[in-house]
Ligand binder design. Structure first.
Ligand SMILES: *Cc1c(COP(=O)(O)O)cnc(C)c1O
Length: 223
């Protein structure tokens, strides 16, 4: 059993190694601590990490209140009744996929401006989240008409059980076409962040590869 100090040291070492590699490629690391305890978030904050992602809007709210000097990224699906948490606490909303939810968020911004990314459904499987490829331009146009939200790029998640490369490349081309070199591309998780950097990701969202044995999934799986 590792002591608390050893766990912290190992977490900081993983953070620094990931950060260095990711920033050398011109991208930013978003630390996804959705399965990690507050203690691990605190440890990363002390190590200088500023960008954190949460999947559930309530968790985003709780942690944004607790750790108010970090930037909190909403990366998971949002239902209308949780729009207030996004409006109030998200620094960047990665997972905009539904205009009715976006309208609800806008109503609650109270003068704040919010940056968001359109989440694209890479696999095209209707059971998965995100805007369909052929609806991107239309949703983008409608979302851009909303007062207070600024769409600054695209986000995607690798389809299950498929080679992510062609999907990642397609999303990167779409991002270039619609937003140019300055647009954000949120792509890549623990298993595919290097590939995401190869295609031009500007934000990579990493959970278990960063948090390691702090991640509640760790001991449940053979890795
Ligand atoms: C959980 C999650 C991540 C991080 O996944 P890991 O495999 O733990 O790196 C990234 N993006 C989204 C949208 C997630 O829900």
């Amino acid at each position: 059993m590792k002591t608390g100090d050893e766990r912290k040291k190992a977490l900081i070492a993983r953070y620094q190694a990931l950060k260095q590699t990711i920033e050398a490629r011109g991208a930013r690391l978003v630390a996804v601590g959705k399965y990690a305890p507050d203690e691990a978030i605190e440890c990363l904050l002390e190590a200088g990490c500023l960008d954190f992602g949460e999947s559930r809007p309530q968790a985003l709210r709780d942690r944004a209140q607790r750790f108010a000097n970090a930037r909190w990224h909403q990366i998971g699906p949002v239902q209308r009744n949780k729009a207030k948490y996004i409006a109030r606490y998200a620094s960047l909303w990665h997972s905009l996929e539904d205009l009715t939810v976006a309208e609800e968020v806008v109503k609650r911004l109270q003068g704040r401006r919010l940056k968001a990314l359109l989440q694209v459904n890479l696999s095209g499987d209707p059971k998965r989240h995100g805007v369909a490829w052929d609806a991107i331009e239309k949703v983008l146009e409608q979302a851009e008409a909303l007062e207070g939200i600024e769409i600054v790029g695209l986000m995607g998640i690798a389809p299950l059980g498929e080679d992510p490369r062609p999907h990642f490349e397609r999303l990167a081309r779409e991002k270039e076409r619609l937003f140019g070199a300055g647009g954000e591309l949120s792509l890549g998780m623990s298993g595919d962040w290097q590939l995401a950097l190869d295609v031009g990701a500007t934000l990579v969202r990493i959970g278990r590869a960063l948090f390691g044995d702090w991640d509640a999934r760790h001991s449940k799986e053979e890795r």
